[in-house]
Write a protein that binds this ligand. Structure first.
Ligand code: PMP
Length: 418
């Protein structure tokens, strides 16, 4: 503030000159949403879980509801050892760290969590972020700088795109899962430029997996480094549960793996693991790591306990595959159009023709006691509306049967299936 005396001219300026309302850019979205709600449907983005009974069941609108849209793949949220570890840390270390990892925010628990990640992934380094979103934001924007190129799949998660925009590298997109397009676009770049190819093990909208061996081979041919986001692969794919990159045998060729604690691990947080000899320098230069408070001690304690248990979760993985294949086949048999021909992951996308049908179907399922995610652009490609189901290793055989029954009844009521 200055002590400037108000002049008559300044008064005129204050009262007569008005810029546009900065919110006017949202008018179309507000109108579209209102038109939808005026048809009498519930808002699919305003669900409140008043009680959560288990990884697969909650109370929504006073009604017991099966959860089929949580990414809680391994059902670790209520694991007794995980919950106990969190309570102990809360008692012993308090509610929060109130500080950055590079100042007062690194506790014993953060180191133990990073040790658990190093053991789980078999890497020399692990860096924990406050979310998976921030892990992508930080790692991508920091390692690819001015004059470097980031080559990413067009269907990449928002956090990958935002990581690209936060940094100064040139951004090149290739057609979703197209090895040929990746090769072509890499071939056009200067041979001596730094290049980072960014891939995801599982793509979360359609539940399809990446052809990683072919993509890795092409990236290597052009001298690029490779980052794979295993947000939806960790816990479920590969003998050790490391992700699709383990399952498809390219562990030695992937330079950086990004992951999250908000899916299979069952809590919140993000990370990057790597064997790069200079990886630790990132702790000093990665802004989304440095300029934010670290995770609470209870969260890193639950994450570490969960990660260690996921190392020996072969049975859970097998049950999750069984559930995923059964639901996929069952929905196909009912006549639904799905995002993939066969079950490729624990995500099953039910494709619907437009927003109105999708919301009606979503609501019909909720009324029957089933929660799934509704996805629309910009989370999905333009013009694509879908209901995303994500299975959990804790869904019982009975629940999968109930889920199919609810899809059948809702699909007939809305007219999506005959
Ligand atoms: N990457 C992918 C592929 C994701 O799907 C998500 C979350 N849906 C994230 C990163 C971000 O994870 P987080 O929830 O930990 O921010």
């Amino acid at each position: 503030m200055t002590d400037a005396v108000e002049t008559p001219e300044a008064e005129t300026l204050a009262s007569d000159v008005r810029g546009p309302d900065l919110f006017s850019k949202f008018d179309a979205l507000i109108a579209e949403r209102q038109a939808l709600l005026d048809t009498g449907v519930r808002d699919p983005y305003a669900i409140v879980m008043t009680e959560v009974r288990s990884p697969t069941e909650a109370i929504i609108n006073g009604k017991p509801t099966i959860l089929l849209g949580t990414y809680n793949y391994m059902g670790m949220t209520f694991d007794p050892d995980v919950v106990a570890a969190g309570k102990k840390a809360l008692d012993e270390f308090g509610a929060g760290t109130t500080g950055s990892r590079v100042l007062n925010g690194t506790y014993q628990g953060h180191k133990e969590c990073e040790d658990a990640l190093k053991d789980f992934f078999g890497t020399t380094s692990a860096m924990v972020f406050s979310t998976g979103y921030q892990a992508n934001l930080g790692i991508i924007s920091t390692i690819a700088g001015k004059g470097d190129y980031i080559i990413l799949d067009a269907d990449s998660h928002a956090s990958i795109y935002d990581g690209c925009w936060l940094g100064n590298a040139e951004i090149v997109r290739f057609r979703h899962n197209s090895v040929e397009d990746l090769d072509k676009r890499l071939g056009r770049l200067p041979a001596d430029a730094g290049k980072l190819v960014v891939l995801e093990g599982v793509y979360s909208m359609f539940g399809d997996i990446a052809p990683l061996p072919e993509m890795v081979a092409v990236a290597k041919k052009h001298g690029a480094m490779i980052l794979v986001d295993e947000a939806h692969g960790m816990g479920f794919f590969g003998e050790k549960g490391r992700g699709v990159y383990e399952e498809l045998g390219v562990e030695d060729d992937v330079d950086f793996v990004i992951g999250t604690f908000s899916k299979s691990v069952g809590t919140v947080g993000g990370f990057c693991v790597s064997n790069h000899p200079k990886f630790e320098v990132l702790r000093l230069v990665c802004r989304p790591y440095v300029f934010t408070a670290s995770l609470p001690p209870s969260v890193v304690a639950t994450a570490a306990a969960s990660i260690r248990k996921l190392m020996n979760a072969g049975e859970k993985r097998a049950h999750l595959w069984k559930n995923s294949k059964r639901l996929h086949q069952g929905l196909r048999d009912l006549g639904f159009k799905l995002g993939t021909e066969t079950a490729q992951s624990a995500i099953i996308a039910v494709m619907l023709p437009d927003q109105q049908t999708t919301v009606l179907m979503w609501q019909a399922l909720l009324e029957r006691g089933l929660y799934v995610n509704m996805a629309r652009p910009p989370a999905t490609p333009a013009g694509t509306y879908l209901l995303r189901c994500s299975l959990c290793a804790e869904h019982s055989d009975e629940q999968v049967g109930e889920i199919l029954g609810m899809f059948e009844s809702a699909g007939r009521a809305v007219g999506c299936i005959g």
